[in-house]
Design a protein around this ligand. Structure first.
Ligand code: SAM
Length: 379
């Protein structure tokens, strides 16, 4: 594979960890995408030289990659960049499932696991479940359990008093109230949000719920300290497939000037902002008069066709940065994403442009993934 979705970063999170048997790489994903997550991790783990096998259950919202080597999950996390995993919302290097936790003493077996697997002292603790309706019913249980667990771990010196980004974070991922995976992550190479889910409030004046997809993409792909520069007032943007205007709303909200391309009607209030020009044209033939700062696109089409359109925009440098969705087919979605990203990279390379692509299935994405693209000339 080429480019940004290839394994590039090598993390070293030795960080006072003496590791024993964290051989379960636990990956959280959108329920229904377990086989895509499994395909992706198998390919990337083999590429990284960490061998193992994958365990999945349909619609469970997680996948486990069990490595041959004792400490394989942690090694794999050191060799892969979390940002380059498309279907993973969160991950941790876990010990084998702790099952049959007794109702009266769930903490005891967790402490035993710490000792047995020589788990390191951690800087923070998160209790999580899969993103399924069934698992979400455990949220009350998790809320009650976290304080006694935190206090005991602190007393035993296994958890610091204050979250500390320099040492691993402890994840307790409950399948139900008596079965839990416990594992660690490097806070610099994982999602900062519990369950890997960024919860956003729907802005009341936005014309569609889709608005949250672009807002989440801004949070995910543009570091907060770069917003003022990269999402600046007065910037020019094009929104392909804009109607009714949820994505355009986000750009207008950042005080940008937006050309909204769609044959469908745009939201009236948004048009009254004076920041939007509506072009009732086919997005596949539309060309901007001048290079714009941002192009965003939420058109529902085959990934190959969307990739062709995005590749054209990027290869011709019609925009500085882009965020777009690739709608996924019912099957072989991991393969479809790879092909689409490779197509975009090829089209750019043909015009001497190196494009950096980051691709993630965000929380607000459904049968789709979101891509961020930025190009630079090779010579
Ligand atoms: C999922 S909706 C976009 C929703 C929008 N992002 C929002 O937040 O409100 C897809 C839009 O793409 C438009 N569309 C589909 N094919 C198009 C094309 N070839 N040219 C322009 N617009 C197109 C549809 O009319 C539809 O409004």
């Amino acid at each position: 594979m080429q480019g940004a979705h290839r394994i590039t970063a090598v993390f070293d999170s030795e960080l006072c960890e003496a590791a024993m048997s964290r051989n379960h790489l636990l990956l959280y994903c959108r329920p229904g995408f377990e086989s895509d997550m499994a395909g992706e991790i198998q390919d990337k783990a083999a590429e990284a030289g960490v061998y193992g096998y994958v365990k999945t259950k349909a619609n469970s919202g997680y996948v486990v990659y069990i490595t041959q080597e004792d400490d394989g999950a942690r090694q794999l996390m050191n060799r892969l960049s979390f940002d380059n995993l498309i279907f993973a919302r969160q991950w941790c290097a876990a010990v084998p499932l702790i099952n049959d936790l007794p109702q009266g003493d769930r903490i005891g077996p967790i402490l035993e696991a710490f000792a047995e697997h020589d788990l390191p002292r951690c800087g923070d603790l998160i209790l999580e479940t899969a993103d399924t309706n069934e698992a979400k019913e455990l949220s009350g249980f998790c809320k009650k359990f976290i304080n006694p667990l935190r206090q005991t771990l602190r007393k035993k010196g296994l958890l610091t008093d204050k979250p500390n980004a320099k040492i691993p974070r402890l994840h307790c991922f409950f399948l139900d109230s008596s079965n839990v995976y416990i594992g660690t992550t490097d806070t610099r190479n994982s999602s900062p949000w519990p369950g890997g889910i960024l919860r956003l409030k729907f802005p009341k004046t936005a014309p569609s719920r889709s608005t949250l997809k672009l807002e989440e993409a801004f949070h995910y792909f543009v570091p907060a300290d770069e917003w003022d520069e990269r999402l600046a007032p007065g910037m020019k943007a094009v929104d392909l497939g804009a109607a009714p205007g949820g994505w355009t709303w986000q750009l207008v909200n950042r005080s940008m000037m937006v050309t909204a391309v769609d044959n469908g009607p745009m939201n009236k209030d948004l048009m009254e902002s004076g920041q939007v020009t509506h072009r009732t044209e086919d997005a596949f033939t539309f060309k901007p008069e001048k290079r714009v700062d941002w192009m965003v696109c939420d058109i529902v089409d085959k990934p190959a066709r969307s990739a062709e359109l995005m590749g054209r925009w990027l290869a011709h440098r019609w925009c500085r940065e882009a965020i777009f969705n690739l709608k996924l087919p019912m099957k072989q979605r991991w393969m479809a994403v790879q092909e689409a990203l490779e197509k975009i990279e090829e089209m750019c390379l043909e015009r001497d442009l190196k494009v950096t692509l980051k691709c993630k299935q965000l929380f607000h994405d459904r049968e789709e993934v979101t891509v961020h693209a930025i190009g630079e000339r090779i010579r």
